[in-house]
Design a protein around this ligand. Structure first.
Ligand SMILES: [Zn+2]
Length: 251
């Protein structure tokens, strides 16, 4: 049995048997790993660092690609998010989306960095949760091979120099206004939404959530982000439905 040391963020817990638990984590390399935590629910044997929304340094034993918990040391706990139902529900959705995009075999370090920064942004309480959500959705898709193309018109193939710009969620591409009108299926993109989208797609991971947006541009940016994830991944998320059931209506 080999000893493995890694840093990872707890995404999801599934209890089984009388005392045991599986913890799904996202490693700092962006791989998804399932850890068997024996006796995780038995009083004194619980390790508070091997929980959902804890970023911890794990020591695991590995055999044949299966991992079991030996020890975990807390680096940072996002668990206080659970005190606010809306932000907690959102954190659960971000974790589920990251989990859907992470693979057990392939590294994707940007995925873990992005999720950690999104959780820091939610934890800080200063960022608009709806914008954290949308920025995460756009950027996580871009990091996972579904980057929307804003530079080249999806209809005529020429560069897009300046607004007005239209966008197609399904096509994953922008277009000149005249080209978009000719073929249909595009939506005029508010200038502020376009600037926010360009910022989110090109900034360092740590700065992706540092922007403001309001009014109809904010609504469009958020709606399109959610549609973009669901359309290109071809699925919905239980945690997203839960988030919508508890989120306050937008002004
Ligand atoms: Zn064009």
């Amino acid at each position: 049995m080999a000893e493995v040391k890694l840093r990872a963020l707890g995404l999801r817990e599934v209890d089984f048997g009388d005392f045991d638990r599986y913890l799904t984590v996202l490693t700092e390399d962006g791989r998804k790993v399932e850890i068997l935590c024996k006796n995780a629910r038995r009083g004194k044997k619980q390790n508070p660092a091997a929980r959902q929304f804890c970023y911890s340094a794990f020591i695991l034993s590995e055999r044949g690609g299966r991992y079991a918990l030996r020890d975990a040391d807390l680096v940072h706990s996002f668990f206080p998010l659970a005190q606010d139902i809306e932000r907690y529900a959102l954190a659960c959705y971000l974790a589920e989306a990251a989990s859907a995009l992470a693979s057990p075999e392939e590294d994707s370090p940007a995925l873990c960095r992005l999720l950690l920064h999104a959780l820091y942004a939610l934890e800080g309480g200063k960022r608009d949760p709806a914008l954290v959500k949308a920025a995460f959705e756009w950027r996580v898709m871009a990091e996972s091979g579904y980057a929307p193309d804003l530079a080249v018109c999806g209809v005529c193939g020429k560069g897009i120099e300046r607004p007005p710009v239209c966008f197609s969620v399904r096509g994953g591409t922008a277009a000149h206004e005249a080209c978009a009108r000719r073929v249909g299926g595009f939506e005029p993109l508010a200038d502020a939404a376009l600037r926010a989208l360009a910022h989110v797609l090109t900034s360092e991971t740590g700065k992706a959530f540092a922007f403001a947006l309001s009014g109809p541009a904010r609504a469009q940016f958020c709606r399109m982000a959610e549609d973009y994830v669901q359309y290109h991944l071809g699925r919905g998320f239980d945690s997203l439905r839960f988030y919508h059931s508890v989120a306050l209506p937008q002004p």
